[in-house]
Design a protein around this ligand. Structure first.
Ligand SMILES: [Zn+2]
Length: 68
């Protein structure tokens, strides 16, 4: 019945609800987080908010929310 949670039907058009990974290809979707979408396969991440990040974060981001 529900073949995929990554698509929804709008009218008769299939709309992608998740981003796919540009590195891994369209069949790999990014996991949705509160501030970013990330690929569980290669680690690619897209941040939803364009960060004025004060502390430079390389690689892994702390889970803690940071107020600007
Ligand atoms: Zn990937």
């Amino acid at each position: 019945m529900n073949s995929s949670n990554y698509y929804k039907l709008e009218g008769n058009k299939l709309v992608r609800t998740h981003r796919s990974c540009p590195k891994c290809g369209p069949s790999i979707f990014l996991a949705d987080h509160y501030d970013r979408s990330s690929c569980g396969k290669c680690g690619y991440a897209v941040f939803k908010r364009k960060g004025q990040s004060k502390s430079k974060t390389t690689g892994r981001t702390p889970r803690k929310r940071q107020k600007a």
